[in-house]
Design a protein around this ligand. Structure first.
Ligand code: SF4
Ligand code: MG
Length: 274
């Protein structure tokens, strides 16, 4: 049986997350993916901003940074440029990554810096009480949208690809073996990799949708019913895909990586390439 305790700060447990929260599922996926890489824990830096998902690094036994709201990628960029040999991973909620940290997100994609970003997309600001985020489904109720949210949500994967990320995957907290693989493949990719994980927060989101979900299990069923694997989506018509989302490794290309280019510039300024 897999020994999670070898990767956890066991003295920090129990964790703070609510029963039924998707974050614990993603934590275990992340640990299995780390184990598969064979990386030394001392060479891993796990960075977060603020929010329920951002508590995750506190539980993992490696180098960890819990930073400011929306700024995890800025701190992670500094770490990667100062210590390029480190494997830098950022964990971030949808509000943290895409609203407050939205500019850091698009520019990390554009630079193609060798960092893996795991976005815990539960479509709500969980920790602060259920305000709507850029990925709250249109029509859902939120603390700041008591009559239903009228804005369309982001397509996170399309945004990442459009901004220049060189690896983009989307999984769910329901389809766990696939998620393990997407996170592992992101770690193996050289360049900026994004894994969006569609998951659920019943406490501040699900229980407000009284006719849609009766429990967090209904939110898991929502993921199961709406996720369409990439290969299957290619055989479907646009009207059949309406209201669903595509999962899989959606985009992977090679492009010069930012920390390498930065190191090359430093070398050339020191006259190292004369
Ligand atoms: Fe998870 Fe939501 Fe509870 Fe935060 S409030 S721990 S996101 S279920
Ligand atoms: Mg969230």
């Amino acid at each position: 049986m897999f020994d999670y305790s070898a990767y956890l700060r066991n003295e920090k447990l129990p964790h703070i997350w609510c029963p039924g929260c998707g974050h614990g599922i993603i934590l275990k996926s992340l640990i299995r993916a780390i184990a598969k890489t064979g990386w030394d824990k001392d060479d891993i830096v796990l960075v977060s901003g603020i929010g329920c998902a951002s508590r995750l690094p506190g539980y993992v036994d490696c180098n960890t940074l819990h930073t400011a709201h929306g700024r995890a990628l800025a701190f992670a960029t500094g770490v990667k440029l100062a210590k390029p040999k480190f494997h830098v991973i950022v964990v971030s909620g949808d509000g943290d990554a895409l609203a407050i940290g939205g500019n850091h997100f698009i520019h990390a994609c554009r630079r193609n810096i060798d960092i893996s970003l795991i976005i815990f997309n539960n479509g709500i600001y969980g920790m602060t009480g259920g305000q709507y985020s850029p990925t709250t489904p249109q029509g859902d109720k939120a603390a700041t949208a008591p009559h239903g949210h009228i804005e369309p949500d982001f397509d996170v994967a399309a945004l990442a690809k459009g901004a220049g990320a060189t690896f983009v995957a989307r999984g769910t907290s329901y389809h766990v073996p696939q998620l393990d693989d997407y996170i592992y493949q992101a770690f193996m990719h050289k360049g900026f990799s994004v894994v969006e994980v569609v998951e659920a927060c019943y406490t501040t989101h699900g229980r407000k949708q009284k006719t849609k979900y009766k429990s967090n299990l209904d939110m898991m069923k929502w993921q199961k019913d709406r996720a369409v694997p990439l290969a299957k989506s290619r055989e479907m018509k646009p009207e059949e895909l309406a209201g669903k989302f595509v999962t899989g490794i959606l985009h992977e290309v090679e492009r010069p990586e930012y920390a390498d280019r930065y190191a090359g510039l430093v070398t050339s300024l020191k006259g190292g390439d004369k």
